[in-house]
Design a protein around this ligand. Structure first.
Ligand SMILES: [Zn+2]
Length: 462
């Protein structure tokens, strides 16, 4: 053996020894994180308060303001280095009195169906809106039918989420254009209202709200838009097949107001070695108004807060500055996420990493990453550390709506990926409440997030 080869072997052996001992140290830390989250965790108690004592937190509402004050107070109680509010102007939309709707098969013969206004919709006329319907499976059908068949009618968008997609977010992505742009597109063909099948894989009686946009439509051309439950959609579709002349009536008195001031809530543990390198962990504090926003996104909020609590609790001093950000207004404007990124840029803050939890508080499976190949390779080298916790999914993909504006060359954005099979049972609906949360699943998510943040803090971004 030449001297060089011997030297290389020695270096390899010592590097290997080093990485083996690192692996051991890291697995001890991860064990501490998971144990503490499951034995002494605070995320479940926090979510109980946020869901049951505050409730739904639509941007600009009194509850959203209560949630801001609560988030600030709880972070202050953690005794971290800094807690502050970041002002942001947000849209304000109110639902008004509970909506109602019925199918009329003959004069005076009616069947009620559950609906809710889509977020941002204009109201119906005061006495409600009654018209015949035309059923379509998507935006592309509007063009085929043309104004002659659509004018004066309510367009009923009834494309279901595709059931054979294992990643339910893909099924959601394949349908959500009906909800977001359905009214804007149908109005161009003379429709007077739209009813959209709820984005839900399950058949039940909950209508699911969500954001919509009128694009560049003038105010006088805006038409009211509502979601109907999946059972309601199937009933309506069946009745339309029997008798295309049936009528549909719906009443809504929702309304948009002037923008109001709200806040992102931010807490920080300042880094001991690289205080000017920032790592963000966050979720969105606002929610829709029908339920309590327990899964969307109360879970992400309390899991993110728990990351900082766990670091304090196990005595881990991060090298980099770790920030928890409770973003405002993800649901109907994304103003908080945009504001945070804009401020970070104007201050020249170097955000090397950001992780969002906004896919429900279900059993964590892993993460999807918006990063380059070097960083993905580093992440894959950590896989054995996560194996004891059944965390196995580490792939490129979506991070999160609020952290996405922080993307720049070389940094790492990530999204927690919990099991998504039940998420759309609750998403944006009245049943998104605390009782739909499993304590252990929520805590495992918080521990999994903390572990990833710990590893990136220790080894840095490549
Ligand atoms: Zn969300």
């Amino acid at each position: 053996m030449s001297k060089n080869i011997i030297l290389t072997v020695i270096i390899c052996i010592s590097l290997n020894c080093f990485s083996q001992s690192d692996l051991k140290n890291d697995s001890v830390i991860l064990k501490k994180i998971y144990t503490n989250a499951l034995v002494n965790g605070k995320s479940y108690e926090w979510l109980d308060y946020l869901s049951n004592q505050i409730g739904g937190r639509l941007s600009g509402s009194l509850n959203a303001q209560k949630a801001v004050e609560w988030g600030k107070k709880e972070l202050e109680e953690l005794g971290i280095d800094k807690v502050w509010l970041q002002s942001v102007m947000v849209p304000k939309w109110t639902r008004g009195v509970t909506e109602f709707a019925f199918i009329e098969t003959a004069p005076g013969v009616t069947t009620n169906v559950p609906i809710c206004a889509l977020g941002g919709s204009v109201p119906t006329p005061i006495g409600g809106l009654k018209a015949s319907l035309i059923e379509v499976k998507g935006l592309e059908d509007l063009k085929k039918l043309g104004a002659e068949q659509i004018k004066g009618k309510i367009v009923f968008f009834n494309r279901p989420m595709q059931p054979d997609l294992i990643e339910t977010f893909r099924a959601y992505g394949g349908c959500v254009d009906q909800r977001y742009s359905g009214a804007a597109e149908a109005a161009k063909y003379g429709a007077i209202g739209v009813i959209v099948r709820s984005m839900n894989l399950r058949l039940d009686d909950f209508p699911h709200t969500g954001s919509m946009s009128y694009g560049d439509l003038k105010n006088e051309n805006k038409i009211p838009a509502a979601a109907i439950s999946t059972n309601g959609a199937d009933l309506l579709s069946g009745m339309l097949k029997l008798n295309p002349e049936i009528k549909f009536q719906f009443n809504m008195n929702c309304r948009s107001w002037k923008d109001v001031e709200s806040f992102n809530v931010i807490g920080q543990i300042t880094g001991s070695e690289y205080p000017n390198e920032y790592m963000v962990v966050g979720g969105h504090l606002d929610s829709w108004d029908l339920g309590d926003g327990a899964h969307d996104d109360g879970a992400g909020v309390v899991q993110s807060m728990e990351v900082l609590r766990l670091f304090k609790e196990i005595g881990y001093t991060p090298k980099r500055s770790i920030r928890v950000v409770l973003f405002m207004n993800e649901e109907n404007g994304l103003r908080g996420g945009k504001k945070y990124a804009e401020k970070a840029k104007s201050k020249g803050e170097n955000h090397v990493f950001a992780l969002e939890s906004d896919a429900g508080g279900f059993t964590p499976r892993g993460f999807s990453f918006n990063c380059d190949d070097n960083n993905l390779a580093q992440i894959h080298s950590w896989k054995p550390l996560f194996e004891p916790y059944l965390i196995h999914y580490f792939a490129k993909g979506y991070s999160g709506a609020d952290v996405r504006p922080l993307k720049k060359d070389g940094n790492v954005l990530a999204g927690l990926r919990p099991d998504s099979q039940r998420y759309f049972d609750y998403h944006h609906a009245k049943n998104d409440t605390f009782d739909a949360i499993n304590k252990r699943e929520l805590e495992l998510g918080a521990a999994t997030m903390s572990s990833l943040v710990y590893l990136f803090d220790k080894y840095g971004v490549k």
